[in-house]
Design a protein around this ligand. Structure first.
Ligand code: NAP
Ligand code: G3H
Length: 483
């Protein structure tokens, strides 16, 4: 069957409503599980990137004039189509980023829900009237009408670990706010993201409102983020790249969702079975390649032995294998990522951490690895492995736990496990993170909750309503009635 988005296994970019090849040698996208070629995506030249921006700029005004109910209907259709194609897109996603099939399907379905919720939420971004008479010296003859207007062209840059979901979570709010979008997907994940773009296109989005630009971030990233037609950048990815973007963009507003080193504090009175269950699923799902993964456990010495046993039991029960199998731990995104995780494991062993299980590797497949007695001189205490390795650090008291948690350069999320709600709240108040979960693993959802990181974990707030707000600004018209 003729498929406009690809020629053979060469995928095209959506620019101004057409699927176009690039003029440079395309980039190969390989399957992390076996190294086989999944397809190619264009490596766009600067001229082709310019064409995408011109298309986005030209289409934006008309899109902003389009009634919100019409924009919402197009997003509803996109959500419906995505749901319809969920199995097919999940299968590509699973191969492309080595995510197990159940999690891939859940990513696509969650994205359809996200788009639907955004299509509804966007209809409620009403403005307000502010009367002048509430300020001393003014009367009711003057008032301001405050509405929300779009920012213009939004550059959306998404990471490899959720190429469908974290692309849509930028595209959908941007569109509901009346912006046009340039999507730069991750290279590993680009094919899945292009399928998402195809869904929006098929749903009836006018030409130029959503454009895709592919190519390696190291080649085109700087050109994209400093492009004069960018009005807003929404970036999710590593802290290193996020900081690089922030240094370059001057006054272009930014939303950054970056790395994390989420801590789970387990207190003496915690339900250890529940804590172990949450910690293991939080730390090892998608092989630990989630910004919100539990990346260190801070356990009070008095319960540490019992907790380690319970965590160990669950880690040993995890299934490791290929993404098409029913497993939780799959090969990492590439060999470089696995080399990095191995470095952290080797450093911990060399410095005397107790290896409880794991430290087995086949190419980029790292078996679930658990350490006890990790100390603050080890890299594993501070660095984000983005892999299936979990350090347990023993603490003498809660103060020490809070201190270690807060000494991290990151500040995404944290968990506190305790039956004492008073201690939970008082610890939550003191943790320097965007979100604290009480008696649950760290995680982003539900997607209409605010989601943010502090310190090196990000800037600005995502979440459906918050993203729409971030991608629009207030516009004020002041009315002065006849005296
Ligand atoms: P990454 O290497 O920073 O890449 C993210 C995106 O940026 C990709 O699309 C990448 O394109 C692009 N990029 C690379 N260099 C660029 C540059 N100089 N300028 C502009 N864009 C550039 O991150 P990743 O490896 O995909 O994702 C893993 C990281 O993301 C982890 O640190 C994780 O914690 C973080 N993350 C955070 C959140 C959150 O919400 N806080 C969510 C998910 C992931 P290429 O693929 O072509 O290089
Ligand atoms: O990788 C970062 C994602 O924002 C995490 O989302 O907690 O739903 O897996 P998640």
């Amino acid at each position: 069957m003729f498929d406009p988005m690809k020629k053979g296994n060469a995928y095209c970019c959506l620019i101004n409503g057409h699927w176009q090849e690039g003029s440079l040698a395309p980039v190969e996208v390989t399957r992390p599980a076996d190294g086989g070629l999944l397809g190619t995506v264009p490596a766009l030249s600067h001229k082709e990137v310019d064409a995408a921006f011109r298309a986005a700029k030209a289409a934006q005004k008309q899109w902003a004039e389009t009634p919100i109910s019409v924009r919402s209907a197009i997003l509803h259709e996109a959500s419906f189509l995505l749901e319809e194609k969920a199995e097919a897109i999940a299968s590509i996603l699973s191969q492309e980023i080595s995510k197990d099939m159940a999690s891939s399907l859940s990513e696509v379905k969650r994205t359809a829900d996200f788009i639907r919720f955004t299509a509804d939420e966007g209809k409620h971004m009403e403005g307000e009237m502010v009367g002048a008479d509430s300020f001393p010296g003014f009367n009711k003859k003057r008032f301001s009408i405050v509405t929300r207007v779009p920012l213009g062209v939004v550059l959306a840059i998404s990471p490899f670990n959720y190429p469908v979901n974290l692309s849509a979570s930028k595209i959908a709010p941007a569109l509901m706010a009346g912006n046009s979008v340039i999507l730069k997907p991750p290279t590993s994940g680009a094919i899945s993201a292009l399928h998402l773009a195809a869904v929006f296109h098929e749903a009836g989005l006018p030409a130029g409102v959503l454009n895709t630009v592919t190519g390696r971030g190291s080649d085109i990233g700087d050109y994209l983020v400093t492009h004069p037609m960018v009005d807003f950048i929404s970036f999710t990815g590593s802290t290193a790249v996020g900081k690089r973007i922030a240094r370059q963009v001057g006054m272009v507003p930014l939303l950054l969702e970056l790395g994390g080193k989420d801590a789970a504090l387990v207190l003496e009175d915690a339900d250890l079975d529940d804590a172990a269950k949450d910690i293991v699923s939080g730390a090892y799902s998608y092989s630990g390649q989630r910004c919100t993964a539990v990346k260190r456990v801070l356990a009070l010495e008095s319960i540490a032995d019992a907790l380690v046993e319970k965590i160990k039991e669950r880690v040993l029960a995890l299934k490791t294998g290929m993404p098409h199998e029913k497993v939780q731990v799959t090969p990492l995104i590439n060999d470089k990522a696995a080399d990095y995780v191995q470095e952290l494991i080797d450093d911990a062993i060399e410095k005397g951490a107790t290896l409880i299980c794991g430290n087995k590797r086949e190419k980029n497949l790292i078996y679930p690895t658990l350490f006890d007695n990790v100390t603050t001189d080890m890299r594993l205490a501070w660095e984000e492995p983005f892999g299936p390795v979990l350090p347990i650090m023993r603490i003498q008291d809660v103060e020490e736990g809070i201190d270690i948690a807060n000494r991290s350069e990151y500040g995404l999320q944290a968990s506190v496990f305790t039956k004492n709600i008073d201690s939970a709240f008082s610890i939550a108040e003191r943790l320097e993170v965007g979100t604290v979960h009480i008696n649950n693993k760290t995680e982003r959802g539900p997607d209409h909750f605010p989601f943010l990181g502090v310190k090196s974990s990000g800037m600005g707030t995502q979440g459906i309503r918050y993203s729409i707000e971030a991608m629009s600004r207030r516009k004020v018209v002041v009315v002065n009635l006849e005296p």
